[in-house]
Design a protein around this ligand. Structure first.
Ligand SMILES: *[C@@H]1O[C@H](CO)[C@@H](O)[C@H](O)[C@H]1NC(C)=O
Ligand SMILES: *[C@@H]1O[C@H](CO)[C@@H](O)[C@H](O)[C@H]1NC(C)=O
Ligand SMILES: *[C@@H]1O[C@H](CO)[C@@H](O)[C@H](O)[C@H]1NC(C)=O
Ligand SMILES: CC(=O)N[C@H]1CO[C@H](CO)[C@@H](O)[C@@H]1O
Length: 329
C-alpha cells in the first residue's frame, strides 16, 4: 500500500484512469501535429496543450451571464473534454494496474498528425501564431469527434453529472453543415437522442456508484470495470455510428486511403474497447502504438513507404485485417 499510495501523485492517478478513458483520450490524440516551431518533445504524453488548460468550466469566457464555448476551436474542445475527464476521475481510482490503456494513450499522442486540419489544404486549422487554431469543420476526424466530445459534454449537463455550473452554457454554432450538428441540449436531444441516451446511461452509472473505502483521503468507488467500459463502449459506438454516416465522403479526408484507415481504425478501437473482446486485446493493445504519424495518401494504399515505422505498418495492416474479418463474420 505504502509505495503505491505515496506515489499517488498525478501520474499514478492518471494511469489508474487510463483503462476506462482510453477511448476518449485516443480521440483527442489524433488531432494536432507536433508544433513545427517547437522542439519535438517525446515525453509529452498528453494531447498538445493539455497542460495549458485546467479542466475548469470557469476558464471559458462569460458573456451576458452565459459561458461561451466554441466547439470548433481546438482549445475549447480540449477543455470540454478535460472537464469530463476531471469530473469522472474519482470513479476510476484503483483501476488499471496493468496500464494497458495508459500505454496506448501515451503512444498515440506521440504519433498525432494533422487530422483536424482541412483537407486538402492541411495548413488551414494548423498552428496559428504559435498556438493551436481551429478544428476544421471539413475534417472527418473533427466531425466524428464532435459527436463524441461535444454531445457527451451537453449530455453531462443534461444528466446533471456536471453540476454547479456558474452560468448557462452556450455553444457557438457554425452555419456550415448546420443540420449535421447540434449546439444545445434541446437540439441534441431532438436530433441525436440515441447519443444523448447512451451518454446519460454512462453518467448515471457513474453517479450511482458508492464509496466503498477511503484510503488516505482518496475515496474508492464500487465501479465495476467491465460495466463502466461497456457503457463507455456503447456511447462511443453510438457516437461513431452517427458521425461516420455523416463523414464518410472522401472530401472530408486527405485521401481515400486516409478515409478507409479512419473507418478501420474506429472499428479496431471499438473491438479493443468491447469488454467481450478485451481479453484478446489486453496484451496486444501495444499494436496501437503505430498510429500513423502523418496523413495517408493514396500511394500508401498498396505500398507502405519506408517513411512509416515497422509499428505503423503493423497497425495499418492490423486495422485492415480487423475490418476485413468483421466484414466476413
Ligand atoms: C447577470 O446576472 C446578474 C444576477 O442574476 C444580474 O444582476 C445581471 O444583470 C445579469 N447580467 C446580464 C448582462 O444579464
Ligand atoms: C493484469 O492485472 C491482473 C490483476 O492485477 C493480473 O491478474 C493480470 O495477470 C495482469 N495482466 C497482465 C497482462 O499483466
Ligand atoms: C493553403 O492555405 C494557406 C492558408 O490559408 C494558403 O496560404 C495557401 O496558399 C493554401 N495552399 C493551397 C495549395 O491552396
Ligand atoms: C509508455 C509506453 O508504453 N511507451 C511505449 C511507446 O512505444 C514505444 C515504441 O514505439 C515503446 O518503446 C514505449 O515503451
Amino acid at each position: 500500500f505504502e509505495t503505491g499510495l505515496s506515489a499517488m501523485g498525478n501520474e499514478k492517478m492518471w494511469s489508474s484512469l487510463m483503462t476506462p478513458t482510453f477511448l476518449f483520450l485516443s480521440f483527442f490524440s489524433v488531432g494536432l501535429p507536433q508544433n513545427p516551431g517547437s522542439a519535438t518533445d517525446e515525453s509529452d504524453n498528453y494531447p498538445p496543450f493539455w497542460d495549458q488548460i485546467n479542466g475548469d468550466i470557469a476558464e471559458f469566457p462569460v458573456q451576458n451571464n452565459k459561458t461561451i464555448i466554441d466547439p470548433w476551436n481546438y482549445l475549447d474542445r480540449l477543455q470540454m473534454y478535460k472537464i469530463l475527464i476531471t469530473q469522472s476521475n474519482k470513479y476510476f481510482a484503483g483501476f488499471g494496474q496493468n496500464n494497458t490503456g495508459n500505454r496506448f494513450f501515451f503512444n498515440c499522442s506521440v504519433y498525432s498528425a494533422g487530422r483536424y486540419s482541412e483537407p486538402p489544404n492541411s495548413s488551414i486549422c494548423a498552428y496559428e501564431a504559435g498556438g493551436p487554431g481551429c478544428i476544421s469543420i471539413n475534417s472527418g476526424w473533427g466531425g466524428i469527434t464532435f459527436y463524441m466530445i461535444v454531445i457527451s459534454f451537453l449530455a453531462a449537463i443534461e444528466s446533471e453529472f456536471l453540476t454547479n455550473l456558474p452560468y448557462e452554457v452556450e455553444l457557438i454554432p457554425r452555419e456550415e453543415y448546420r443540420s449535421n450538428f447540434c449546439y444545445s441540449i434541446v437540439e441534441c436531444r431532438a436530433t441525436y437522442p440515441q447519443v444523448m441516451d447512451a451518454a446519460n446511461q454512462y453518467y448515471q452509472y457513474l453517479q450511482s456508484r458508492k464509496i466503498v473505502s477511503i484510503i488516505r483521503d482518496i475515496p474508492k468507488y464500487d465501479t465495476d470495470e467491465d460495466t463502466v467500459i461497456f457503457y463507455m463502449w456503447k456511447l462511443h459506438r453510438t457516437a461513431v455510428e452517427v458521425g461516420q454516416l455523416k463523414f464518410s465522403d472522401i472530401s472530408f479526408y486527405s485521401s481515400e486511403t486516409e478515409r478507409d484507415f479512419t473507418k478501420d481504425f474506429l472499428l479496431a478501437i471499438e473491438f479493443c474497447e468491447d469488454a467481450r473482446y478485451r481479453p484478446y486485446f489486453e496484451s496486444s493493445a501495444e499494436f496501437l502504438v503505430g498510429f500513423p504519424h502523418r496523413l495517408l495518401t493514396d500511394q500508401d494504399h498498396h505500398i507502405l513507404t519506408s517513411s512509416f515505422s515497422v509499428r505503423e505498418k503493423a497497425l495499418l495492416n492490423s486495422v485492415r485485417l480487423i475490418s476485413k474479418v468483421n466484414g466476413i463474420t
